[in-house]
Design a protein around this ligand. Structure first.
Ligand code: ZN
Length: 414
């Protein structure tokens, strides 16, 4: 089998990113060996890392492949056609791979685009990271994902929207089975609204209790993990008690909800940098003062919530929720630096949030997330050591190379 050997590098190996100098050999797309004694044999492909530092490929736990230059919800599903959204998703996949992301979870798409792009990448038809995909976001009329003004959509909701609206427990359970039929890996549900949807603010519930319970029970029966959007204290509490696999955002985190999160082994994906961008650059983004003020107020709560979650030992995973006009795809790479700066994480812990901890959440830690023999040879090679300076992850000038399944898929000149 053809081997590729990466020489002259430092490799951040295992769960603790222990640096090993020398070479890393791959064969059949997998890591074969790492160390000072590993060398190239005649006939191997040899790639010189030029003294660079290689780490596991980045992973975005909260991605929407279809988000590309969107300013608001109407951009997402009304300004753009389904064909346009599909092209956007393919373009995003290409871009993310180039920026060092070798695995992403798509947490909501239109018309099953996430699943189709996942399959196209897996077939090798288009470049992109490994994708684990949810389908349309499960919502209810007037809930998180209902962006459709009643005066336009009263009698015939737009069927190619980002979210699917369910009414009652039977529809909530049925949508789980429909999405499984359509090939999803995850079920995404909106438990609360969001400041991003003027029709359903964060404080409002996305589903009735009976609808949410029916969805959770059906997902449990079918063995498909649930990822819940929850911003408000009430929504975080509901999602935590239900024991969803991951809670997205968790802006408000009451003590009893934190206890339930710990007890049920729930992971949190805060998407802190995206909210911070609203709070700190909102006015430049053209967002009205009143909304910027609201984000500033909630941002402080958000940081406090994540600090308390980290102190309680809750696994935190980096998610971008990127693709907004002023927070482009790939911005998930700044999330670990945000954890170091605002939450007080060590660089090592922050690196885990964008690699091995995501792999664990996605149930693929045997396959990816660390550099170890037997795992997929997905690597990001940097010109600076991210353990010394975690901002290297998002610095285009620091990125030397991206390796996917042992093949160099992107290279940047120094
Ligand atoms: Zn999102």
């Amino acid at each position: 089998m053809q081997r590729t050997v990466l020489i002259n590098g430092t490799f951040l190996t295992g769960d603790d990113f222990a640096p090993v100098t020398g070479a890393l050999a791959t064969s059949g797309g997998r890591i074969e060996a790492i160390g000072p004694d590993v060398g190239a044999r005649p006939g191997d492909d040899v790639v010189d890392l030029g003294g660079g530092v290689a780490m596991p490929g980045l992973m975005d736990a909260h991605c929407h492949l279809i988000y590309r230059d969107v300013a608001d919800p109407y951009d997402i599903e009304l300004r753009k056609s389904v064909p346009q959204a599909t092209v956007d998703a393919v373009a995003t996949a290409t871009l993310l791979l180039r920026k060092g992301f070798t695995t992403i979870r798509d947490v909501g798409s239109r018309a099953n685009i996430g699943v189709e792009v996942r399959n196209a990448i897996a077939r090798g038809d288009v470049p992109g990271p490994r994708v684990l995909a949810a389908g349309r976001i499960v919502s209810a009329p007037g809930g998180l994902g209902d962006f459709q003004p009643s005066h336009l959509f009263e009698d015939a909701p737009y069927k190619y929207s980002l979210a699917v609206q369910v009414v009652g427990p039977y529809e909530a359970a049925a949508v789980v089975r429909t999405q499984l039929k359509d090939g999803v890996d995850w079920i995404k549900v909106g438990v609360s609204g969001t400041g991003f949807n003027p029709l359903c603010p964060a404080e409002r519930s996305g589903l009735t209790d009976v609808e949410f319970t029916a969805l959770i029970e059906e997902a449990g029966r079918q063995g498909v993990p649930v990822v819940a959007h929850a911003e408000s204290a009430g929504a975080v509490r509901i999602a935590a008690r239900a024991g969803v696999a991951s809670i997205e955002h968790a802006i408000f985190l009451p003590d009893d909800a934190l206890e339930a999160i710990v007890e049920n082994g729930v992971t949190i994906s805060p998407t802190l940098s995206m909210y911070r961008a609203f709070a700190e650059q909102g006015l430049e983004m053209g967002i009205p003062q009143v909304i910027v003020d609201e984000h500033r107020r909630t941002h402080e709560h958000h940081v406090d919530s994540i600090r308390r979650a980290v102190a309680a030992g809750v696994p935190i995973v980096a998610g971008g929720d990127a693709g907004l006009t002023h927070f482009p795809q790939g911005s998930c790479a700044i999330e670990p630096a945000t954890y170091v700066e605002l939450v007080g994480m060590s660089a090592q812990a922050a690196l885990r949030t964008i690699t091995v901890d995501v792999a664990r959440l996605l149930g693929i830690a045997d396959e990816v997330g660390t550099l170890a023999p037997g795992k997929a040879a997905d690597l990001l090679v940097l010109r600076r050591n991210p353990l010394d300076d975690v901002t290297a992850l998002s610095d285009d000038d620091a990125r030397a190379m991206v390796v996917q399944a042992g093949r160099v898929v992107a290279r940047t000149a120094a």
